[in-house]
Design a protein around this ligand. Structure first.
Ligand code: C2E
Ligand code: MG
Ligand code: MG
Ligand code: MG
Length: 283
């Protein structure tokens, strides 16, 4: 019963007020986990969609689906504050299934050949249900496989290389595309680009907004190598015209950031597309 649930939550909130120090974090984490377990059933999740554009034509190529949690008491909880909890308790697998299905359904209603990019957590990537989940989402939505792009981070690549490669090849065999997300952070290594069959590299925002000589050099090296290997290269987190100008001088093929479009509610996508050129052919 939702009303009772909210009353309990408010009660916990008051209790929290009297707690101090590190117990608070542990307590809050436990609360978050309890709430997270019910969030799917209570339909508290939503996807926002952020456009990415082709740098040579400035046309919209597709949208990345970004998870949003509308918590009845906390309001909008950003993904980075609950995804790690969902990974620890395994809930991310069920949440990820919902994300894939919802994103494919939405994309199937978009005009043209627009792509939807979906983030896949390392835990979800390793789950033996991933292939079934992806093919079920494609079948039920009727979305053409080449219109689905899965974004994985290097965390997914750290496990046993043979298994990782087998999963990546099976996904590619379904016809979906694979992107290496947040490239350049954490443990990424240039050898990954050669070892794993990615269609696209997304260069992390920190190298785009960094501005310094180091960021510039990394941007040049990664985009140069990626394009020589036949991959698309997205510059993430472009916020200013000056940053856009800088990435145009590199071998980047796509741009995604607040400058070219913020994450938007599903019903805003159609409106956004009315004011933007849409790519006619996907690559
Ligand atoms: P990400 O996949 O790298 O997504 C890009 C993040 O950068 C998004 O944050 C987006 O809103 C933000 N962003 C885009 N353009 C700009 C910009 O110009 N400036 C700045 N400052 N930020 C920009 P968001 O939506 O908070 O998501 C954060 C992360 O949470 C994502 O990073 C992704 O790793 C994860 N995430 C989001 N949705 C999902 C999901 O459905 N499943 C999983 N497993 N992870 C998700
Ligand atoms: Mg992403
Ligand atoms: Mg990213
Ligand atoms: Mg990122």
């Amino acid at each position: 019963d939702l009303a009772l649930y909210e009353a309990k939550r408010a009660g916990r909130g008051r209790y929290r007020f009297f707690e101090q120090g590190m117990d608070l974090q542990l307590h809050e984490r436990r609360e978050l986990e309890i709430d997270l377990r019910r969030a799917l059933a209570l339909k508290q999740f939503e996807l926002a969609y952020q456009p990415f554009l082709d740098l040579s034509t400035d046309a919209v190529i597709g949208f990345e689906a970004l998870l949003r949690w509308n918590h009845p008491v906390r309001g909008k909880v950003p993904p980075l504050s609950f995804i790690s909890v969902a990974e620890e308790n395994g809930l991310i697998v069920k949440i990820g299934e919902w994300v894939l299905m919802t994103a494919c359904m939405a994309a199937a209603s978009w005009p043209g050949d627009l792509i939807v990019a979906v983030n896949v957590s390392p835990l979800q990537f390793k789950a033996d249900t991933l292939l079934t989940t992806v093919s079920t989402a494609l079948e039920r939505s009727g979305l053409a496989p080449e219109r689905l792009e899965l974004e994985i981070t290097e965390g997914a690549l750290l496990a046993d290389t043979d298994n990782v490669l087998a999963t990546l090849h099976s996904l590619r065999a379904l016809g979906v595309k694979i992107s290496m997300d947040d490239f350049g952070t954490g443990y990424s290594s240039l050898s990954y680009l050669q070892k794993f069959p990615f269609n696209k590299i997304k260069i992390d925002r920190s190298f785009v907004s960094g501005g310094g000589a180091d960021s510039e050099a990394i941007l040049r090296a990664v985009s140069g190598l990626g394009s020589n290997l036949g991959m698309a290269i997205t510059a993430e987190g472009v916020e200013t015209a000056e940053q856009l100008g800088r990435i145009r001088e590199q071998s980047c093929t796509h741009v995604q950031g607040y400058l070219t479009g913020r994450p938007m509610a599903p019903d805003q996508v159609e409106l956004f597309l009315q004011e933007q050129p849409i790519a006619q052919v996907t690559n």
